[in-house]
Every structure is written in C-alpha cells, then in structure tokens.
Design a protein around this ligand. Structure first.
Ligand code: SAM
Length: 157
C-alpha cells in the first residue's frame, strides 16, 4: 500500500478533504471547453494566436489556482479521451512510420496531451487561455506554471 508523508500543513496551505487514491489512477480536475467539436477541427498543436478556450477547473480545486496571473504561460495536461490506446507504431499522414513514443500523436497507451498556453484571464475556477488543440469536453489532468520561471529560491517546491 502506498503511504504518503502527512506533515502538518504549513501556514497558508489548504488540504483537499477527499480520499487520496492508493493506485496510479488519476482524477480529472476539470474539463476543457474549446471551439473544436471534432478531431478534424482541432489544430495539430495549439497556437497562442488561436481562439480563446476555457479551462473549467472543478470548484473544489479553486484554491490551487492562487498565484496564476493573466499573462502567465502555463503547461496544461489533459486526457485525450477519444484516442485509441493500442498502437505501438503509427504512420502519420506525412507517411513515415515511427514508434508511438517518437510521436506527439494522441494515440498512446496513456493518452496524455500537453500544451503550453497563455493565460488570458481567470474568473474564479475558470481560466481563459490560448494555445489549446483539444476537443471540446476533454478532461483536465493538471496545470503547472511554465518551467524555468523562478519567483524565489523556495518557490520551486
Ligand atoms: N499538444 C498535445 C501534445 O503535444 O501532447 C496534443 C497533440 S495531438 C497531435 C493533438 C490532436 O489530438 C488534435 O489535432 C486532435 O486530432 C487530437 N485530439 C484532440 N483532442 C482529443 C481528444 N480529447 N481525444 C482524442 N484525440 C484528440
């Protein structure tokens, strides 16, 4: 059984009041709203000049958004829920067959997508961003600030 350190929360820290999964199951933390209704509508990769999209974080996670300010660039991770998961090699339209792990195709054993997006605005638990490439209704896995942004020596924790 996995055990987690249960240090007392530090000043200002908040703790989710829900059971912690004991296995590698992920929990969806929200849903992504885009203008892309079909895969054909999606860009291959997001574009910071692309349309506004909304990330609707579940309200219980709103405190976890504190510190994300408009203009920030953030990594968004999502579950490409309509992708098949059983291809080891793939032949993209470009024609060259490659291993799944040599591609950014949505088709992979764990269909995790990642985009570096620009945060346009935040209204409570709802983020408006630009730079996504996923279907409307794609489940949200995680949000992180762009790497290499150092606010202070201890802020990397
Ligand atoms: N930017 C992410 C990455 O690099 O990890 C995803 C790139 S993947 C090439 C983007 C494509 O995945 C889209 O063009 C669309 O064809 C497909 N796609 C988008 N959302 C999806 C979803 N929820 N389920 C399955 N396929 C999806």
């Amino acid at each position: 059984m996995t055990t987690y350190p249960k240090d007392d929360p530090r000043l200002g820290e908040t703790v989710l009041d829900a059971p912690i999964p004991e296995d590698a199951c992920v929990q969806f933390i929200g849903v992504i709203r885009t203008p892309f209704a079909t895969r054909a509508d999606c860009p291959r990769q997001g574009d910071h000049e692309g349309p506004d999209c909304r990330i609707e974080v579940a309200p219980r996670f709103e405190p976890a958004l504190e510190g994300l300010e408009p203009g920030a660039r953030i990594d968004v991770f999502y579950w490409l829920h309509n992708a098949r998961r059983d291809l080891l090699t793939q032949t993209p339209r470009s024609g060259r067959t490659r291993g799944t792990f040599a591609l950014r195709s949505p088709v992979r054993p764990n269909p995790i997508g990642a985009s570096l997006v620009v945060l346009v605005a935040r209204d409570g638990p709802v983020l408006t961003v630009r730079g996504l490439d996923c279907l409307d209704g794609t489940p949200l896995l995680d949000i992180k600030p762009e790497r290499c942004v150092h606010v202070g020596p201890k802020d990397a924790d």
